[in-house]
Design a binder for this molecule. Sequence first.
Ligand SMILES: Nc1ncnc2c1ncn2[C@@H]1O[C@H](COP(=O)(O)OP(=O)(O)O)[C@@H](O)[C@H]1O
Ligand SMILES: [Mg+2]
Length: 314
Amino acid sequence: MNNIKTILKDHYDIDIINALSQQGGWSALAYKVFNNQHTYFLKAYEKSRASTPKWTALIDKYVPIMIWLLHHSDLKGKIPLPLLTKNGDYKCEDDDRIYLLYEYIDGETIGDKDLTKEQACQLSEIITELHLYGEEIPIETDAIKEDFTVPFLQQLRNFLDEEITHFSSDVREVINPHIEQLNNLIDTTEKLSKSLKYSNLRMSLCHTDIHHWNLMQCEQQLMLIDWEGLKLAPVEADIMFLIDKPYYDEFMRIYQKFHKNFTINTDALQFYQGRRKLEDIWELIEQLLFDDQDVQERVKTINYLTGSLKDIRK
Ligand SMILES: Nc1ncnc2c1ncn2[C@@H]1O[C@H](COP(=O)(O)OP(=O)(O)O)[C@@H](O)[C@H]1O
Ligand SMILES: [Mg+2]
């Protein structure tokens, strides 16, 4: 609590009276912080976690784009509002964590629930609007441009070929039955990654992590949160999350009003589906390898890993 008070005071000039730990997401700890006038949402990325650099390296690149969208697109009120430090920085840090401050959204996370028809429509409108913007916006997008690399592939291969033999037996038992499938997925994804690099596909701003834990209902409006993955990419990077949803046809009807003659590029789609699966699996393996987990956390991670490995076939 005290270090959070200090961070808010020193970097944002905000005096808070309390900080309540919130059920965080995948990448960071989260706090509801407030005083008598105002409520904020503070995301805190722990420097000790292996995945933190992946989530925080691009904060200075994607937050300005969010702010541009808030001012120049129809997404105002539909995406979170990041707040800058008193020096105009997009983030700040102490010895242990990197912090990002947002306006608090007083709403309900969709989470495990299904979307209503109205919510599905609003999500479709948000994605349709987002994809109207690309590299022509007056904010630099180079740093978030898709290059189709899968940086961890070699590490994952090495792991499956060698390091796995030193892993404890509980984890080996979970992974072993899936090694062949996993290697096949690595090979296909790598081939697609090479061919897509030369394909000159049109790229748009994409959220790249659309799921119900990143959606909140706030009064009459559905909001899409968690923009850490903002990319300039082929739109399949987003469409992959919608394609198996019951509201996909309705989404396409809305989408094609503004993106006339749109058709899916199946290579891009397959690449994103493959890369996502491999990313989830590698992230979990990394946690088991490098993070300082207690027994309970470890069991949870192994369960997630079991689920992700079963998903390879889908
Ligand atoms: N600005 C906000 N105001 C209130 N709650 C929020 C806000 N942003 C996120 N949340 C809540 O915190 C959870 C985790 O936030 P998210 O940005 O998705 O973090 P992660 O990157 O860790 O998934 C969300 O599912 C949502 O319930
Ligand atoms: Mg999230």
